[in-house]
Design a protein around this ligand. Structure first.
Ligand code: NAP
Length: 319
């Protein structure tokens, strides 16, 4: 069974599904997590399906990660989402990691089933669903044997991926799987971008640059620019104005891209980042991280409960 099939309702390889006798718990593990919108829309999903569960914020430092993950084995716990910066560190703490998440090297969803902890990556298919929803690429073909191409085909597209951490790793594998012609990885730490490029190991044009040298970026037609760094993300205690002014790419670089360029900023707090504002001023199509959050969260919900996610209720709660 393919990894994406396992994310389809009622076809899970672990025994998931709510035992509605007492209040169940699920939450998001990260540092920081205060900004997370996951409680809002995941709670709406549980409520819409009358599942007695509470979605919580689990602020967790790197030192606390192992104990937090072990606590997911409590009988009332369905599992967790994992966010910045633990998506990679969490892998060795799990019993079984889905082959896709294992190849990506990042887990954003943990499921507690049969006394074991299972790890999945729903960021990757969630990102492709957003591209498909926005008319980027060719619509997925349900007869495709390749599960990525059932969501969307990105033949002849160039992806410029800013970042090489957990979110970026999922994006890189998804983009490569959907057939992107060229993948350009731009990261603050060049070696991490090089490692990701080597891990993709598919027969495609893959370039790496340092985020401090954006002048090397040559724009191509049909480009997709994805920000998978936290630049522009507001965290409690940050200088609000400095966050608003921060963008991962200078405007003079963005200006070089054609009008058919699509920009996706994985950041959703604030909903209007500097990158998105600059892109829209230039007439480029641009979306924030909320639709991706919705789709990765919907897939996580199905993994925890075995139920189709009530997308409309979840989307309404995110507004
Ligand atoms: P992560 O694993 O910690 O990776 C962070 C990445 O950003 C690394 O490549 C890191 O570069 C780079 N970075 C961090 N601080 C930077 C700075 N000040 N300047 C330049 N580069 C910097 O985090 P993640 O889980 O991938 O998350 C990254 C962002 O994506 C977060 O804002 C997160 O909320 C967002 N995200 C959103 C969704 C969604 O559904 N909307 C899904 C996934 C992620 P180095 O390698 O040099 O450290």
């Amino acid at each position: 069974m393919s990894f994406l099939s396992r994310m389809e309702p009622n076809s899970l390889n672990h025994t998931a599904g709510p035992i509605i006798t007492s209040l169940l718990r699920v939450g998001v593990i990260g540092d920081p997590v205060a900004h997370s919108r996951s409680p809002r829309f995941q709670q709406a999903a549980f409520d819409a399906l009358h599942i007695a569960a509470r979605y919580e914020l689990w602020q967790t430092s790197a030192d606390e990660l192992a104990a937090r993950v072990a606590s997911l084995l409590k009988p009332d716990c369905l599992g967790a989402n994992v966010t910045i910066p633990h998506k990679e560190a969490v892998l060795p703490l799990l019993d079984i990691v889905d082959p896709l998440a294992s190849r990506i090297g990042a887990v954003n969803t943990i499921v507690h089933g049969d006394g074991y902890l299972y790890g999945y990556n729903t960021d990757a298919p969630g990102l492709l669903r957003v591209l498909a929803e926005n008319g980027v690429g060719e619509p997925g073909n349900t007869n495709e044997s390749d599960p990525w191409k059932r969501i969307v085909s990105l033949k002849r597209y160039t992806a410029v991926l800013l970042g090489a951490g957990g979110g970026a790793r999922g994006a890189a594998f998804a983009l490569a799987g959907a057939g992107v012609e060229r993948l350009i990885i731009v990261n603050r730490t060049l070696e991490r971008a090089q490692r990701l490029a080597a891990d993709i190991q598919q027969d495609r044009d893959c370039q790496v640059f340092c985020l401090s040298d954006p002048d090397y970026l040559i724009p191509h037609p049909r480009s997709i620019i994805i920000n998978a760094t936290p630049i522009g993300m507001y965290r409690a205690g940050d200088n609000e104005q400095a966050t608003k002014d921060a963008a991962p790419l200078p405007a003079r670089i963005l200006e070089r891209f054609n009008a058919d360029t699509f920009v996706l900023d994985m950041v959703y707090n604030p909903t209007q980042t500097r990158l998105l504002i600059q892109a829209r001023i230039l007439g480029l199509r641009a979306v924030n991280g909320l639709p991706m959050l919705l789709h990765q969260g919907a897939l996580s919900f199905t993994l925890w409960t075995g139920q189709p996610a009530p997308l409309d209720s979840m989307r309404a709660a995110l507004q």
